[in-house]
Each structure stands twice: as structure tokens, then as C-alpha cells.
Design a protein around this ligand. Structure first.
Ligand code: 6PG
Length: 262
């Protein structure tokens, strides 16, 4: 059964398991389309806990066999300043749940080395990897076929947090903000890169995200929340959410979110 669309581009799934299954099915479809059209499928994975079930599902025989992994290139939207074997590592978690279980060549996996003592140089190296493997859009930014994003309870996404001057970045592709809220440094793709994507998909699950999801989709705070600022210039923006996260949404209660460029 297809998830129901409440607001334009917002698909509500019964629970986190159906959300993961819906996302896995679409990942396979989008991989086929991108590989057929351009010969590869360039993806930026999200960190956090929400996408872990999706990664686990993609690694199962049912889904693993449907993806031409040697034509997939995996990057990350952001990373914590921790070593890859840390339980906090976005790369480490994806490696455990997905990378070790699918036939993706090591050269197709591009992790952010945010633990590097010289994180600025690591960010520069990451920009070089983006330049080497991704086509550029008409504004000169690397164009992903798919960027997966999560939503923090205060409206952050990737490592773009409310109040950060990084939200005004217009030229750099990768940045390394010190995040006061967590008292740590991160490495993150910047808004211009997120907005260059063919498709951005937010994965949001759990009752604890109901308030922020409603604010992101239905309210118009000034300044806008980081997650509200991610508007692909030519691509589409989708939200795959579960009923618990959607519990404060209803099309009748809110002005529909401005339609993305879908
Ligand atoms: C990170 C993520 C971050 C995450 C949100 C939601 O490195 O933490 O990139 O943006 O997606 O905080 O996290 P959960 O999925 O764990 O709720």
C-alpha cells in the first residue's frame, strides 16, 4: 500500500518499518533511473539513527540484489569529529549496517575524515572528491542524484544548526562548523550543495519529531529553520515520515508547504 500524501511531497507511512521499506523501494527505483540515464547513482547518506533501518534493509538479499552497487557512489551529508570506529560515527554506522554487506567497491565510498586534526584540510580534500566524482550544476555546485537528510528536534539538518552563520554560505561546498549546542565540531555539506541535488529526501520518524515537523512544514518562523531552507533549485524535496511524526499535521490545519520543484 502506498503511503498517503498529506501535504505536497509529504508521505506518511504507518510506522518506521514502512518508512524504511518505502525509502528502500524508492532508492532502488532512483538508482535504476540514474544509472540508466547517467551511468551512476551519486548519493549523500544521512547520519543519525532514523536512516539505520533503511541501511539495514538495503543490505538484505531482497534489496541488495536490485542495486548495481559498482555504479553507486556514497558520500555523507555530514560527519562528527570522531574516528570511524566510534559509535557516534555516521560513516561507521552506515559501514556496519550497509557497506560491509553490499558489493560496493571501496573506491566508491567517500567518507568525511572529520576526525582529522586538520579538519580544514580534510574538508578541502572532501571538496576534491566531490569535484572528481560528481557533475556540477549550472551554478557550479556538485549535483547529487539523492541526498538523504534527517531532522533535528530544533530544526537542524545535516550539521546546519539554527543561528549558524553557515546558513548564509553561498560558495563553499563543505564546511567545518563548531556547533555550540553540542560543543563539538562537525563537517557538513553546505546549503548550496543540498540545493543542487536532483532529489532531497527527509526521513523523519517518532512522536518526538511531531512538533518540529509541523513547524517545518506549516509555520513560517523568521529566521527560517535550517530544514526549511533546503529548497532544491531544480530538484524535488520529499518528506518520508511515520504516523507518529505526522501526528500534529493535517492538511486542513495548515497552509500547504510551498510546492517544491517536483
Ligand atoms: C547527524 C545528522 C543529523 C540527524 C538529525 C536527526 O549527524 O546527527 O546528520 O542531522 O540527521 O539530528 O537525527 P535522528 O535521526 O537520530 O533523530
Amino acid at each position: 500500500m502506498l503511503p498517503r500524501e498529506t501535504l505536497p511531497g509529504v508521505y506518511v507511512c504507518a510506522d518506521a518499518a514502512e518508512l524504511a521499506r518505502t525509502a528502500a523501494r524508492r532508492f532502488v527505483d532512483w538508482a535504476w533511473q540514474s544509472i540508466a540515464k547517467e551511468g551512476n547513482f551519486n548519493v549523500a547518506l544521512s547520519g543519525g539513527s532514523t536512516p539505520q533501518e533503511l541501511y539495514r534493509l538495503l543490505a538484505t538479499p531482497e534489496f541488495r540484489a536490485q542495486v548495481d552497487w559498482p555504479r553507486v557512489h556514497l558520500f555523507w551529508g555530514d560527519e562528527r569529529a570522531v574516528p570511524p570506529d566510534s559509535p557516534e560515527s555516521n560513516y561507521g554506522n552506515a559501514r556496519r549496517e550497509l557497506l560491509l554487506r553490499v558489493p560496493i567497491p571501496a573506491g566508491n565510498v567517500h567518507r568525511m575524515e572529520a576526525e582529522d586534526a586538520n579538519i580544514g584540510r580534510a574538508a578541502h580534500d572532501y571538496e576534491s572528491a566531490l569535484r572528481q566524482f560528481l557533475p556540477l550544476d549550472d551554478r557550479g555546485f556538485p549535483r547529487f542524484h539523492l541526498i538523504l537528510l534527517g531532522l533535528g528536534k530544533e530544526g537542524h539538518t545535516a550539521s546546519l544548526f539554527p543561528g549558524s552563520k553557515l546558513l548564509r554560505e553561498t560558495s563553499r561546498w563543505v564546511s567545518t562548523p563548531l556547533v555550540p549546542k553540542i560543543g563539538a565540531r562537525r563537517m557538513t555539506l553546505t546549503l548550496p550543495v543540498l540545493e543542487a541535488a536532483v532529489r532531497v529526501v527527509f526521513l523523519v520518524a517518532g512522536a518526538d519529531k511531531a512538533s518540529i515537523l509541523r513547524e517545518v512544514l506549516c509555520d513560517h518562523p523568521d529566521p527560517p529553520l535550517p530544514a526549511q531552507m533546503v529548497k532544491p533549485r531544480e530538484g524535488e524535496r520529499l518528506f518520508f515520515v511515520d504516523e507518529a511524526a505526522a501526528s500534529k499535521l493535517s492538511a486542513s490545519q495548515s497552509q500547504p508547504m510551498p510546492k517544491g520543484n517536483s
